[in-house]
Design a binder for this molecule. Structure first.
Ligand SMILES: [Zn+2]
Length: 380
């Protein structure tokens, strides 16, 4: 097995328990995994090497929440919102119509284009959800396409209730029957995760529980969109079913925070959403101080958060959510990995997958200190 030495690393972030951050460091990669790291002068001989000139090296970002299988553009809706119209969950239906009309090749090209954008900004692992098909066939093809790009695929047939003309709860019940029946059966082979949008205008607690329990029974792992637009039952439900993640967590009661703190559920914060919908940011400080595990992700989607940039999310989290630069980077890497129940990515300790980004900067702090600047020089 050939070995490769990355040397002259000004600041190396590993998240190793004993040496989480080193200076004047080096890293050895063998067979795609980190086989050694430490101080540069102690580095073992390797078959090849490169000198990064004092740059910072960080684990590749783990974007644990994206909706990349879509077609269409909602810039007009964004423009209207920025001139005073509120965000409502129903805008999702615009993207559903465009996605259903798009051929597979177009959806596949859109996913590839957005993943390339992400990678250029340091993201090496991305979760991808369905949720803009909302028919058996359109959800299944969305997941089949997502699975061509990532093993972290999530069935989100319960995103909104499609074609809801009357607004009656009967229609919701019929759609939940479809999601938990024929749609789940067709989609489960392409998915690792089951997700539901638990929110007013989407699915209530009992409906969301039905969706998650059906997914669990089909072998999928639960995660949930919770407490985005207001207080609600989503976070408590996430903890109740043992979900890996409760994502959004913008409006939390003290009981919600306590429940998360005593659980294995990661609170996924998605600051691109609050930025793009001009809503209050989630309070990361409150969660961290309570002992909750926090992840950061883009929620990249064409309606409420059309950013693919984890560095942008880190900068906003530091500026407006009470996170230190170190906490924000941890949440965007190791926190994302925990949200996906992965121990092989999001860190660079010995044995980890050698997914890393070299920054055009001497320290990871520059990710927040220099917002909007393309600091990722190379991704491996
Ligand atoms: Zn989402």
């Amino acid at each position: 097995m050939t070995s490769h030495l990355v040397t002259n690393i000004g600041e190396l972030v590993t998240w190793d328990a004993d040496r989480p951050i080193l200076h004047d460091a080096a890293l050895v990669v063998e067979g795609g995994r980190v086989s050694w790291f430490g101080h540069r002068v102690d580095a073992p001989a390797a078959d090849s090497s490169n000198d990064v000139g004092g740059a910072a090296v960080i684990p590749g970002f783990v974007d644990s929440h994206t909706h990349l299988v879509f077609a269409g553009d909602r810039s007009a809706e964004f423009e209207a919102r920025m001139t005073g119209e509120p965000y409502a969950a129903g805008g999702i239906r615009t993207t559903v119509a465009a996605t259903r009309a798009a051929p597979d090749e177009q959806l596949r090209a859109n996913v590839a284009r957005h993943l390339a954008e992400m990678r250029a900004q340091g993201t090496t692992t991305a979760e991808i959800k369905s949720g803009y098909g909302l028919t058996v066939l359109d959800e299944a093809r969305s997941l089949a396409i997502a699975q061509e790009f990532t093993e972290e695929t999530t069935f989100l047939g319960a995103h909104v209730v499609p074609d809801l003309s009357t607004g009656s709860r009967g229609d919701v019940a019929a759609y939940v029957d479809l999601v938990t029946g024929a749609m789940l059966e067709k989609c489960a082979p392409y998915a690792r995760w089951i997700d539901v949008f638990c929110e007013d205008g989407a699915f209530g607690a009992d409906e969301a529980r039905t969706v998650l329990e059906a997914g669990i029974a089909a072998g999928l792992l639960p995660r949930i969109h919770a407490n985005q637009l207001g207080h609600g039952p989503g976070v408590q439900l996430a903890v109740e079913v043992g979900a890996a993640a409760a994502d959004h967590c913008t409006y939390l009661s003290d009981a919600d925070v306590d429940a998360l703190a005593g659980s294995g559920t990661v609170a996924g914060l998605l600051p691109g959403v609050e930025f793009s919908t001009r809503q209050p940011y989630p309070d990361a400080r409150r969660l961290i101080d309570a002992g909750v595990t926090v992840s950061l992700a883009t929620d990249c989607n064409p309606g409420s958060s059309y950013t693919s940039s984890m560095p942008f999310c880190v900068a906003v989290a530091v500026r407006d959510m009470g996170m230190s630069p170190r906490e924000a980077l941890w949440s965007a890497t190791k926190g994302g990995a925990l949200s996906l129940r992965r121990d092989d990515v999001g860190h660079l300790a010995v044995g980890a997958t050698a997914d890393y980004a070299v920054l055009n900067a001497p320290s990871f702090v520059h990710l927040a200190y220099r917002p909007g600047v393309p600091l990722v020089a190379a991704v491996s």
